[in-house]
Structure formats: structure tokens, C-alpha cells
Design a binder for this molecule. Structure first.
Ligand code: HEM
Length: 492
């Protein structure tokens, strides 16, 4: 690297030598998580690679990542100013914009409060425990009916297109008090092009690091920009409707509660911060955007593992039958009583590591990590995939085995083991939707599996090879089938 002033006694992190101009981009372009995991075995938990001319710090190892994101949390909570991120929510995103100062902190708090009120807080108006339970139960029940109908009509089907609408409906209900039909073209065009986002937002997208590439025509970049535009206008339309029908005595959903925050002048009066109005209401973009593709991907991988390992599926169903029975539907409060189901979900998170990296971080000041000097504004990749497959932490990490999370007698989830799984990030940028996401995945899966047995058509195999991006996806599978496990009772 160029001459850099490094304080005495400290060194720069080690890393592979790269080509001039390109750096290490060629070796990192495909399956970036695997390439960086391999390099970390040679260079260590604190490593520096170059993508184009730009140095990137790559962190591996659970202890090192905790040291950076938790113990030195303030130093590592920034976001890099990446070219592609400027197109997310017009550059105003709480999750992707480079802002990580007082405004970001205040926005994050507002988002967390609004999220909580309309998901897991006890519901005064509903017979369910909370609104999240009500929404997920309803959508999962709809999916059961839909899948059975598809079996009658088509004999097999593709799962994802139905999952994505159901999961989007849950976050839509929280954000907008609104639900869409499964053939709603406007919603479908938004949720189905989320893939365009995923491709470009994955760690190490070359045009973010090599300015020259921005001047060459790029199909993926154009699709990314188009997606962000139509996503924004889809949301702006709904927000506008909310302003027009807003009633301070009837706060209907997250959007209303954010509008309420804008109208209340007392927001963060103790700091110099005056958050611009738009930056409060458009938090709904971050919440909606982060809330549907991630959970859909989690469910989609879960069902893929279940059809690949039918014995595991049977064991979950046995547990559901024994603990909940068939007379009533699963509830969120059942979660603590279904250790095998819980262990399965943890193993899906670990083994798939479908968010292989967090959103990139950057340093907010010059700092030192494990004795290495790291300058301010250094882009940082957090390799979650490496942690979840680290031989120092896991026995046979490549084996899919939910039992690794159970106590010796199989009656409890081993909490410490569960906490080693890294998919929601850690520290000050840790996913604010984590609790919601874990509950949602649990309730969707337990409701589906209580009633349905999933499989693929005879002679078909599912392809579990992950496709790299912000989240790891699998190839489309058109051959899903379901069988009803027992005659359906009408509800209640
Ligand atoms: C950020 C994981 C679901 C809202 C993140 C990050 C990860 C993550 C890894 C980045 C952390 C970092 O940069 O260090 C997941 C996973 C999910 C999930 C695995 C599902 C299984 C959700 C849901 C919501 C949500 C359901 C909201 C309803 C957010 C927001 C951020 C975020 C707003 C940005 C936080 C910030 O930059 O300060 N999530 N998430 N996530 N997530 Fe989630």
C-alpha cells in the first residue's frame, strides 16, 4: 500500500498480494464468502484485501468480531460510502447510508420503538398475544390452503413466489395496516425484483470499489437502480395515503406512528439533532426492505432442508404432535416448549449462513484491533459464514445436524451453542428486527409443519448450491409437493 503513517509498534493487517489496479478482485468475485474464509485460514482473523485500489478489512473468528463490534463498537459502527448504496432510498437509508452519527442513532431508536409497538408488544385490540402472532398465523393458514389447492390443480409447485407474498404481507400489516392478494401485480413486481437488489448489495460488488467500472454499461447495476426507484415510489404512494388519512387519535401502524413522531416537536430535544421529517417517515423503507427478503430466504432454506432430510421433518412433526397436538394451532408462546424445532431453525441459520456477511461496516476513527493498526474510514467486511463454519467452534461444521444444539438428554436447547451462530450481526448495528424475525420463522414453520408434509416429486432432487449475494439464495425449485397430515378442522 501507499506510504501510510502507522504508529510505532503497530503494523498493518496481513493479506494476500493483489494485482496492480485490480487488487484481489478476480479471486473474490465468485463465492466471496468462501474465498475470504479460505484466505483467513492463511492470514488470520484480521486481514486486509484489496478490491481494486481500495483496501478492505476482513474480520473472521467470533472473538475477534465480538472485540470489534461489541467491545470497540463505537469504532466499527460506520458504513462505507459505497457507490451502489447512494441509490438505496435516494441515499437516505438508515441501514445503507454512510451516516452513523447522532442522526443515525436517533433514527435507529425511532425505528426500533415503532417496530416493537406494532409487532411483539402486547396487543390491546387483538385476541392474539401480539400483532405479529395475529399476522403470521393468518398468513401461514392462508399458505396451507393455497398449497393444498395448488396440489389439486398442478400436482407440484414453486414455493418461493407464495412465501414471499405471505412474508411481505406480515411486514405490510405492521408498516401499513394492509394486506395484498397473492396475485396483486403491484406487490409482485416489487417483491419479485428484490433479487436485483441482492446481486449488487452483496459484499464486494466490483463497481463499488473500482470507479472505472461505473462508466461501463452494467445490466446488474441498471436493474439495481430501477428496483430502488420503483421500490421507493411504491412506498411513497402508501405514505402519502397515510398522511391524507392520518388521525392522531387512531395510530394504525408503523407509518402512522412515524408520522406522529414528526409532528411531535419534542424528538430528541436534548441533542442538537433535528432530524428532517422525511428521514423519520422514510424509516419505513428500511423496515419494509429489511423485513421481507430476509425472512423469505430463511423460510425457503428451511423448507429445502426439510425435503432433503425427511427424517428431520418427521421428528419436528412428532414434537409438534406431542406438545401442541392437532386440536389447536401453534402460538408464539409454544416456542420454548419445542426444543427440536428450535434446534432445527438454529441449524438452518448456521449451516446455510444465508447472510454470509453483514452489511459492510467502516471505522469511525483510527483504531487498533488485535494489535493491528486500522485507519479511520476503512471499509470492513464481517464474515458471518466463516464463524458458522469455523472448525474451532463446531464439530463437523459441514454436516447438517440440529442435535448439535440440544442438551445431552434432548430436552433443552443449549443456549451457549445457539449464541455462537452469527446471522444477525452484533453490537450497535445488530439487526433491530432479530426478535421479530426469529418469532416469525418459528411460527410460520410450526404452523405449516403441523398440517403439511413437504416433499419434492419422485426422482427430483433439490439443488442446495448457494448463489452469492447480500443473501445466499438457492436455485428455483418447481417440484415441491405437500400432503395434508390429518383432516382439516374448521378453526375455533
Ligand atoms: C440489519 C440480519 C430480519 C430490520 C441487519 C443486518 C443483518 C440482519 C446481518 C446487518 C447488521 C450489520 O450491519 O452489522 C437479518 C436476518 C433476518 C432479518 C438474518 C431474518 C431472518 C429483519 C426484519 C427486520 C429487520 C424482520 C424488520 C422488520 C433490519 C434493519 C437493519 C437490519 C432496519 C439496519 C440496521 C442498521 O443499519 O442500523 N439485519 N435481519 N431485519 N435489519 Fe435485519
Amino acid at each position: 500500500s501507499l506510504q501510510q503513517h502507522i504508529p510505532k509498534g503497530l503494523k498493518s493487517p496481513p493479506g494476500p498480494r493483489g494485482y496492480p489496479i485490480l487488487g484481489n478482485v478476480l479471486e473474490l468475485r465468485k463465492d466471496t464468502h468462501l474465498a475470504l474464509t479460505k484466505l483467513s485460514q492463511k492470514y488470520g482473523d484480521v486481514m486486509e484485501v484489496r478490491i481494486g485500489m481500495r483496501p478492505v478489512l476482513v474480520l473472521s473468528g467470533l472473538e475477534t468480531i465480538k472485540q470489534a463490534l461489541v467491545k470497540q463498537g463505537e469504532d466499527f459502527l460506520g458504513r462505507p460510502d459505497l457507490h451502489s448504496f447512494r441509490y438505496v432510498a435516494d441515499g437516505q437509508s438508515m441501514a445503507f447510508s454512510p451516516d452513523s452519527g447522532e442522526v443515525w442513532k436517533a433514527r435507529r431508536k425511532l425505528a426500533q420503538n415503532a417496530l416493537k409497538t406494532f409487532s411483539i408488544a402486547p396487543s390491546p385490540t387483538s385476541s392474539s398475544t401480539c400483532l405479529l402472532e395475529e399476522h403470521v398465523s393468518k398468513e401461514a393458514e392462508y399458505l396451507v390452503t393455497k398449497f393444498l389447492q395448488l396440489m389439486k390443480e398442478e400436482k407440484s409447485f414453486e414455493l418461493n413466489q407464495y412465501l414471499v407474498v405471505s412474508v411481505a404481507n406480515v411486514v405490510c400489516a405492521m408498516c401499513f395496516g394492509k394486506r395484498y392478494e397473492h396475485n396483486d401485480q403491484e406487490l409482485l413486481s416489487v417483491v419479485n425484483s428484490a433479487e436485483q437488489f441482492n446481486n449488487v448489495a452483496g459484499a464486494g460488488y466490483p463497481a463499488d470499489f473500482i470507479p472505472l467500472l461505473r462508466y461501463l454499461p452494467s445490466r446488474s447495476m441498471k436493474a439495481f437502480i430501477d428496483f430502488n426507484k420503483s421500490f421507493l415510489s411504491f412506498l411513497q404512494k402508501i405514505v402519502k395515503e397515510h398522511y391524507e388519512t392520518y388521525d392522531e387519535n387512531n395510530i394504525r401502524d408503523i407509518t402512522d406512528s412515524l408520522i406522529e413522531q414528526c409532528l411531535e416537536k419534542k424528538v430528541e430535544t436534548n441533542t442538537a439533532t433535528q432530524i428532517p421529517k422525511e428521514k423519520i417517515v422514510n424509516l419505513v423503507n428500511d423496515i419494509f426492505g429489511a423485513g421481507f427478503d430476509t425472512v423469505t430466504t430463511a423460510l425457503s432454506w428451511s423448507l429445502l432442508y426439510l425435503v432433503t432430510y425427511p427424517d428431520i421433518q418427521k421428528r419436528i412433526q412428532k414434537e409438534l404432535d406431542q406438545t401442541i397436538g392437532r386440536e389447536r394451532r401453534p402460538r408464539l408462546s409454544d416456542r420454548g416448549t419445542l426444543p427440536y424445532t428450535e434446534a432445527f431453525i438454529l441449524e438452518v441459520f448456521r449451516h446455510s449462513s444465508f447472510l454470509p456477511f453483514t452489511i459492510p461496516h467502516s471505522t469511525t476513527k483510527d483504531t487498533v484491533l488485535n494489535g493491528y493498526y486500522i485507519p479511520k474510514d476503512r471499509c470492513v467486511f464481517i464474515n458471518q459464514w466463516q464463524v458458522n463454519h469455523d472448525e474451532k467452534l463446531w464439530k463437523d461444521p459441514e454436516t447438517f445436524n440440529p442435535e448439535r444444539f440440544l442438551s445431552a438428554d434432548g430436552t433443552k436447547v443449549n443456549k451457549e451453542e445457539g449464541e455462537k451462530v452469527l446471522v444477525f450481526g452484533l453490537g450497535k448495528r445488530r439487526c433491530p428486527g432479530e426478535t421479530i424475525a426469529r418469532w416469525e420463522v418459528f411460527l410460520f414453520l410450526s404452523t405449516l409443519l403441523q398440517q403439511l408434509e413437504f416433499s419434492v416429486c419422485d426422482g427430483k432432487k433439490v439443488d442446495m448450491t448457494p448463489i452469492f449475494g447480500l443473501s445466499l439464495k438457492h436455485k428455483r425449485c418447481e417440484h415441491f409437493q405437500v400432503k395434508q397430515r390429518f383432516p382439516m378442522k374448521s378453526r375455533n
